[in-house]
Write a protein that binds this ligand. Sequence first.
Ligand SMILES: Cc1cc2nc3c(=O)[nH]c(=O)nc-3n(C[C@H](O)[C@H](O)[C@H](O)COP(=O)(O)OP(=O)(O)OC[C@H]3O[C@@H](n4cnc5c(N)ncnc54)[C@H](O)[C@@H]3O)c2cc1C
Length: 375
Amino acid sequence: MSNLDHFDAGILGAGAIGLAVASKLARHPRFQNASAVILERHRTFGEETSSRNSEVIHAGIYYPRNSLKARLCVEGRQQLYDWCRRHDIPHRQTGKLIIAGEGQEHELEIIRKRALDNGVADLSLLSSPELLALEPELKASAALYSPSSGIIDSHAYMQSLLFSTENHGAIFSPLTEVKRLTRQDGRYLVETLCQGESYRFTCDMLVNCAGIAAQSVAELVDGFPAAAIPAQQLVKGSYFTLQGKSPFTHLVYPVPEPGLKGLGIHVTLDMAGQTRFGPDTESVETINYQLDPAKETNFRGAIARYFPGIADRTLLPGYSGIRPKLAVDSGVADFLIQAGGPLGFPQLIQLFGIESPGLTASLAIADEVIKQLDC
Ligand SMILES: Cc1cc2nc3c(=O)[nH]c(=O)nc-3n(C[C@H](O)[C@H](O)[C@H](O)COP(=O)(O)OP(=O)(O)OC[C@H]3O[C@@H](n4cnc5c(N)ncnc54)[C@H](O)[C@@H]3O)c2cc1C
C-alpha cells in the first residue's frame, strides 16, 4: 500500500451533508493540517436528494422530543441562517403558516406544544381573520405562524460549502464512484472508479454521506456486519408548480394527517418566486425520478381544501425526490449517525436515514460527525 496516495479523511458523497462535513472538517482547529478528499460519482455536487427537495429552512416543529431530528434541526437552522448571511447565499425568512380546517383547530395546540418541547418557542396562534389578512386566498379556520421558517437556494449553499472546503486545501473528486472499502494495516483502502479508470488510495478517517445509497456503500465495506446496516424504505415525493404569479407570500402547510409519511401536500416558494405544491408520499422499490402527470387530479383535490382558487389555475409537472427513510416498525424514524468503532471499524462514520430536515440540519449534522472523529 505504500505507493498509494494517502489522505487523512475521505468523505463519500457530495450532497449537502458530505459538503457540510468536509467544510467543517477543513476549518476545524483539531484537523488543521489534515488532508481530505470528497468523492462523488456524478460530474458535480448535489445532483441527488440535495437538489430534489423543497429548499425549506425548517424551524424544528414536528419532530419527536429529544430526537436527533429535533435537536439538529434547531441547531442547524440557526447555523444555516448565519452561514447564509456571512456567505451571501440567497435565502428568505418567509415564515410559515400551519393551517387547520374546520374541526382541526385542537391539532394546532398539540403542534405548538411539540414545538415548545423542541425549543421552538416563537409560534403564535392566528384566528381566521388574522390569517386572511396575511393570506387572503387561503381557506382555513385557524393557523399557527412560525416566523423562523424560510427558504434557501440550496445550490448556492452547496457551492459555498465546496468553495470553503477547497479554500482550506481539500480536494473534490467528481466522477469518482466508490467500489470497495477495506480495513488494512490500521487504515482504509478505498477503491474507486475515477473517470472510468481504477483509482485506489488510503485514508485514516472515512465518512459515508452517500444519502440514499448509504446502505449500498456500507455493504462495500469488507467485513462490515450486515446486521448493523439499517433497512431503508424509499418514499418518493412529487411536486407540481403553479403557473403564473404566486397567490402566497408564506409557506403554507396543512395540519399533517395521522400516519402520513410526509407533511401533506403543502405550498413552498422558491427564491425565484415560483410556487410549488408537494411533495406527496409514494412508497417505491426502485429509484426513478420520473414524475407521473396523472397525479395532478390528487394534487388538485388536496390543494382545493385550503386554496379554492386552484380551480382557475394551471398546474405544471415539476420534479420529484426520494426520501431515504429508515424502516421502523412504529413511530418516526430518526437520523442515524453511526460510529464504526464499536463494530471494529474505527474512524468510520456512516450516516443513514438523512431525510428531511437534513438540508436545514446539515451544519449541525456535520458537528456531530466531527465530534466522533479523531485526528
Ligand atoms: C422530497 C424531499 C423534500 C425535502 N425537503 C426538505 C426541506 O425542505 N428542507 C430540509 O431541510 N430537508 C429536506 N429534505 C431532506 C434533504 O434534501 C436531505 O436530507 C439532504 O439533501 C440529504 O443530503 P445528502 O448529502 O445526505 O444526500 P444526497 O444529496 O443524495 O448526496 C449523496 C451523494 O452521494 C453520492 N454517492 C452515492 N453513492 C456513491 C458512491 N458509491 N460513490 C461516490 N458517490 C456516491 C451521490 O451521488 C450523492 O451526490 C427533503 C428530501 C426530500 C426527498
